[in-house]
Design a protein around this ligand. Structure first.
Ligand code: NAD
Length: 476
């Protein structure tokens, strides 16, 4: 063989070997469980190692990891939505599947990251938005895999790794998704533990996670207890807390559209969403029409006696809570159950396809006051829109979460927008439009309310870092 032939053969052989190497599945690294660990400390340490590798591999590795998560959450939506539904037994299977599918498209990635530059006589300063490292995330039972999927895309886009302390009632489905995401990310990037968790999350693992020095930031999605617990840890916590979204319907509204929107929003996943409509204040002159339109659209009206019977089933009054008398808490057995199951609990048969129950109550009724998370919505008559806005603000309890209004009156819409002061304010549509489902904008299932970051994005999970070059690198 001539020297040229020999060179050609050896080049072809090395190219073929190189191609085979890139196509062959990467071998599993010795120490990994692909994100699912028995001990919280192991979960944090694995995430820290993966964070360091992600930092070394740059933004292109972030993009590859996010692309994997987007692809998988859509491809696995049927399977994972069903597994989550079977495990938690709350909400609706079709909506659990849909919530996963929409994460693929609607959760923003690295394109959302900003940077700034200042150039002048003194030189050049740039501000970059850098990762924190490992973020400790707490997810709710109401949407376990969708919340962790949205968190994962946002947090990895910002260059972080995440350790999750998931809700114990929705931990198995979360672990299945975390392992699958890591295995697929590993094939693309060689990084095995960008998302980690523990098999059995408890309050102890929550404390271990919060205390670990490698966990630099917390992101909590849940009710009042976990928000309070996270704020006491001494670490910065981004808190996506509870809501009790009121709806105001005034005399200028398109009443049929308002009725359809209220049914769509309040029945979505059996009213588990923190943004879901939880109580309605309707101006007296259009109240009968709203009720008629809701009935025409298939919602079932309960009378006063039926509402009181359901109240007794839907709330429990544990002794020792509240000031002097027991304070109501929602009965977990009815949270997120079908409208037909709520009806059945008071001896009423309604078609299994019924989306929503509703009924008239006073403004001080417990169904107005509490975040019921079930497909019964109370309707309160008010004399005018100003009273409706006042009552809505009262019912929202200053959670600064979500409010909805149906009106064609620009002045009334503006007044409510300004006074209610919520993170999301939806006008003339169902609450779900506030998260990009039929409304403009992006999605995250963690809406940071008491801490003010709003619907979380990759930018929420960054640190601002300034880099100054003195008297150089400015171009003029
Ligand atoms: P939850 O508060 O019972 O649980 C949320 C998480 O916190 C779980 O992982 C749970 O194990 C943990 N937790 C609860 N108490 C804790 C404590 N004292 N210390 C440490 N961890 C604790 O909530 P849930 O029923 O699963 O979810 C529904 C609640 O979450 C509603 O109030 C809803 O409004 C809210 N939520 C808010 C958002 C948002 O984006 N703002 C999104 C989803 C749900």
């Amino acid at each position: 063989m001539s020297t040229i032939d020999q060179q050609l053969v050896s080049r072809v052989v090395s190219e073929v070997l190189a191609r085979l190497q890139t196509q062959a599945p990467a071998a599993k690294p010795a120490q990994t469980s692909f994100g699912v660990y028995d001990q919280m400390n192991d979960a944090v340490e694995a995430a820290q190692r993966s964070f360091e590798k992600l930092r070394d591999d740059g933004v292109s590795a972030r993009k590859k990891a996010i692309a994997v998560i987007r692809r998988l959450c859509v491809a696995k939506s049927q399977e994972w939505g069903s597994i989550e539904f079977e495990e938690t037994k709350i909400g609706r299977r079709d909506h659990k599947i849909e919530k996963l599918k929409i994460c693929g498209d609607l959760v923003p990635g690295v394109e959302m990251l900003e940077r700034m530059a200042f150039s002048g006589d003194f030189g050049l300063t740039i501000i970059d938005f850098a990762p924190w490292g490992v973020i400790g995330a707490i997810t709710p039972s109401t949407h376990s895999v969708p919340t962790l999927t949205g968190n994962a895309i946002n947090m990895i886009a910002a260059g972080n790794a995440v350790v999750f302390n998931t809700h114990p009632a929705a931990a198995k489905c979360a672990a299945i998704a975390i392992r699958a995401y890591n295995e697929a990310i590993f094939q693309e990037t060689g990084i095995s533990d960008l998302l980690t968790t523990v098999v059995k999350p408890t309050l102890d693992t929550f404390n271990d996670m919060c205390k670990h020095p490698d966990v630099k930031l917390l992101c909590v999605t849940g009710g009042p207890a976990v928000v309070a617990a996270a704020m006491k840890t001494g670490k910065r916590a981004i808190c996506a807390g509870p809501g009790n979204p009121p709806v105001v319907v005034d005399e200028t509204a398109d009443i049929k559209h308002a009725a359809l929107s209220i049914i769509a929003g309040a029945s979505y996943d059996n009213n588990l969403l923190c943004i879901g409509e939880k109580e309605v204040f309707v101006v007296e002159s259009v109240a009968d029409k709203l009720i008629a339109e809701m009935k025409a659209a298939g919602a079932v009206q309960l009378d006063a006696a039926q509402i009181e019977a359901l109240t007794k089933k839907a709330f429990v009054f544990p002794e020792g809570k509240g000031a002097g008398c027991p304070h109501a808490t929602v009965n977990r057995d009815l949270v997120g159950r079908d409208a037909a199951v709520l009806a059945q609990s008071i001896g009423l048969n309604v078609p299994p396809s019924t989306q929503l129950l509703f009924g008239e109550t006073r403004a001080d009724h417990i169904f107005v006051d509490e975040e019921q998370m079930m497909p019964f919505i109370p309707i309160v008559r008010v004399p005018d829109v100003a009273t409706g806005i006042k009552e809505a603000i009262h019912a929202e309890h200053g959670y600064k979460h979500t409010a909805i209004m149906h009106s064609q009156n620009i002045r009334a819409l503006t007044t409510m927008a300004q006074k209610v002061d919520t993170t999301l304010f939806v006008k003339n549509g169902p609450s779900t439009t506030g998260l990009g489902l039929g409304g403009e904008g992006f999605l995250s299932f963690s809406i940071a309310t008491p801490t003010g970051e709003g619907v979380t994005t990759p930018m929420t999970f960054t640190r601002s870092r300034r880099c100054v070059m003195v008297e150089s690198l400015n171009l003029y």
